[in-house]
Design a protein around this ligand. Structure first.
Ligand code: MEV
Length: 358
């Protein structure tokens, strides 16, 4: 049996702007994982999972390919399909396997926290199939394949979650032009797509530990719908495009300042995160969509009142908010106020390692 696991993620800054190629975001990988167990099978393959695919999901061999009989096309099938394309390109024979998927990223009772389970399942399956077929892919190639699988399901996804899930730790991420990659994928071999110059602007830079702050994470109790929100903000109509361009530039400037202050200047980190909160509020107003819901607003206000900085993490509209707490400030005060208004503190820390496997 091959076992791989991939961590979930949280956005610290730069969300939404990061969907535009070349615009940076900061993320952390968390110390909760999604696990994939792969065993060789005979006759047909199956995915066992309560959450991913409408399981059990099966697939069969057609000539030299493995065909997944599943609609809608989701992250699990996309990861299997891209790895099967690579296997076939490398001239390796198709082999059946069963996948068993389990996750700590959502609550066992079915609550979704928004910790990047779609990204983690993609990363963990690609790692498992890399080992199964003996492909000897580098970390970078596994990230590239995870992004190609993801954008075949969700073309606008930036891949920030995949970068955090693949590399671990604190990272600064900049996405490539995914529509250019999708166009290449239609015409070319995977080997050509993986070597294409279009990846040149994609950056995954480790940041190390932030100086003088601790991160707190609160869950609002409401899951968000990322796809709907991304759709709204990444298709600017003509009359809002100038303000959108300003948002992109302000976000870039804020993230660059955050990275510069990260290991040295906690008060600058706090100031930038407060600014990032205002930028997301402005973007929500521009698009007529609620990124900072009332619960996220309360989460951030209670943090700011206690001398910390808080902001929605990721798509907003629900899910989690993050708080940077300066050393010496009282975490308990924020956590107990959160509980009073129905915000659930999540006990999460950074996961420093790469995707792990055995
Ligand atoms: C969602 O978690 C973060 C967004 O920036 C979308 C993305 O990066 O794909 C809103």
């Amino acid at each position: 049996m091959i076992t791989t696991r991939a961590p979930g993620k949280l956005y610290i800054a730069g969300e939404y702007a990061v969907v535009e190629p070349g615009h940076p975001a900061v993320l952390m990988a968390v110390d909760r994982f999604l696990t994939v167990e792969l065993t060789e099978a005979e006759g047909r393959g199956m995915v066992h999972s309560s959450r991913y695919g409408r399981g059990p999901l099966t697939w069969v061999r057609e000539g030299e390919s493995i065909v997944v009989d599943h609609s809608p096309f989701d992250y699990v099938t996309a990861a299997i399909a891209i790895m099967d394309k690579l296997r076939a390109e490398r001239g390796l024979a198709p082999r059946y396997f069963d996948l068993r998927i389990s996750s700590e990223l959502d609550d066992p009772s079915g609550l979704k926290f928004g910790l990047g389970s779609s990204g983690a399942v993609t990363v963990a399956i690609i790692d498992a199939l890399n080992r199964f077929h003996g492909l000897e892919l580098s970390t970078w190639q596994r990230f590239q394949l995870a992004l190609l699988a993801t954008i075949s399901v969700s073309p606008k996804a930036s891949g920030g979650d995949l970068a955090a899930s693949t590399y671990g730790g604190w990272i600064c991420y900049t996405a490539p032009d995914r529509s250019a990659l999708l166009a290449l994928l239609e015409g070319g071999s995977l080997a050509e797509v993986l070597d294409a110059p279009e990846w040149g602007i994609c950056r995954i830079a480790p940041l190390g530990e932030p100086a003088g702050i601790t991160m707190l994470v609160g869950w609002t109790g409401t899951p968000a719908s990322t796809e709907r929100l991304v759709d709204r903000v990444s298709r600017p109509e003509a009359e809002v495009s100038a303000q959108y361009a300003r948002f992109l530039e302000d976000s870039r400037e804020a993230v660059e300042e955050l990275v510069a202050a990260w290991g040295t200047d906690p008060s600058a980190v706090l100031a930038v995160l407060r600014r990032c909160r205002r930028l997301l509020q402005g973007l929500g107003a521009l698009r007529g969509s609620t990124i900072e819901t009332a619960q996220l607003g309360a989460l951030c206000d209670l943090a700011e009142a206690a001398g910390a900085a808080g902001k929605p993490s990721g798509a907003g509209g629900g899910d989690c908010g993050i708080v940077a707490l300066p050393d010496g400030a009282d975490a308990q005060e924020i956590l107990s106020r959160w509980r009073e208004v129905g915000i659930l503190p999540l006990d999460l820390h950074v996961n420093p390692s790469e995707t792990e496997g055995a």
